[in-house]
Design a protein around this ligand. Structure first.
Ligand code: GLN
Length: 304
């Protein structure tokens, strides 16, 4: 498979499409990012990877970090996690409050904001130094000590985080948060403010491609069963109310973030990350989705 040629061709095609959408503006620091950035990196299992465009520029991975958060909490807490949240698709936007009220503060899944906020609460109870320990975990999975939080983005989100504060308050009112709301949200905003390049992101997600083992170090982080389940949650919940659309058009488990990044995996084959900051109405990268749709079509590699 000539991945490099295919990536070059589809990048050219997708870049030529009309631009739609705008970068996220509810986090002021994200609105300042050049919307014309465009990068993609495909990392096959046990082979060298292929990058095009801005593949080595760091960007805010935002909700993509919820997958690392879930991985660490699942590793530490096991199935008891599912007493605090569910693993069903929400069919609602990432920051919706609606279901939370009639489902008594139990979030639909760990990949919407409500679920990730509960996972943060769980990790605050389990980790001695939550922010440092979580960063260490991501660095280990990425096999890269340069991964860091962007403090400016964390502060920027906290300053305007009214919806997330409402979500956390509602969950707390139902008794499903143990820690103080300020501490839970501070951790959550830092998690979302992790920066990675497409190259770093696709290499880190090899963990989920490889059944829970970091390929470079051969260290097992998750059991095969838990990895399979995280992949199932990415498939059904990774794109909020566009999870069906992503399965329909791309056909891979994946996760998006409002920074304009998307990462997707083909179990045992490859991991791919794309970055294009203009978002569609559902908060997912417009051109990122288009590129991945072309990738799985041209390489005949949807999992379905
Ligand atoms: N930090 C963002 C928020 O809470 C993450 C949302 C996203 O990437 N979809 O709104």
């Amino acid at each position: 498979m000539n991945y490099h040629q295919i990536l070059a061709d589809i990048t050219k095609e997708v870049k030529a499409l009309p631009d739609k959408g705008t970068p996220a503006s509810y986090i002021p620091e994200l609105a300042a990012v050049d919307p014309n950035n465009f990068g993609v990196y495909l990392q096959p299992v046990n082979q060298k990877g292929y990058g095009i465009g801005d593949f080595d520029k760091k960007f805010s991975i935002q909700s993509i970090a919820k997958v690392f958060l879930l991985a660490l909490a699942y590793k530490k807490k096991g199935k008891a996690l599912w007493k605090r949240m569910n693993y069903e698709p929400s069919g609602d936007s990432f920051n919706s409050l609606i279901q939370l009220e009639y489902e008594n503060g139990i979030p639909r899944n760990p990949l919407i904001n409500a679920g990730a906020i509960v996972v943060c609460d769980i990790l605050l109870d389990l980790l001695p130094n939550p922010k440092q320990d979580f960063l260490q975990f991501v660095r280990k999975v990425a096999v890269n000590n340069s991964i860091n939080y962007n403090e400016k983005i964390a502060v920027s989100e906290a300053a305007t985080g009214y919806t997330n504060a409402a979500i956390a308050n509602l969950i707390k009112s139902f008794g499903n948060l143990n820690n103080e709301i300020h501490d839970v949200l501070d951790f959550y905003y830092h998690v979302c403010a992790i920066e990675m390049s497409c190259q770093e992101l696709s290499k880190s997600f090899l963990l989920f491609t490889n059944g829970g083992v970091i390929s470079e170090t051969n260290e097992r982080i998750l059991t095969l069963s838990r990895t399979k389940r995280i992949n199932a949650i990415m498939q059904t919940c990774g794109f909020y109310d566009e999870a069906g659309e992503f399965a329909f058009k791309v056909g891979l488990p994946g996760k998006s973030g409002v920074g304009g990044g998307i990462v997707a995996i083909h179990p045992e084959k490859y991991s791919v990350a794309v970055w294009s900051p203009r978002l569609n109405a559902k908060g997912n990268s417009h051109k990122g989705m288009k590129l991945l749709e072309r990738l799985t079509t041209k390489t005949d590699s949807s999992i379905f």
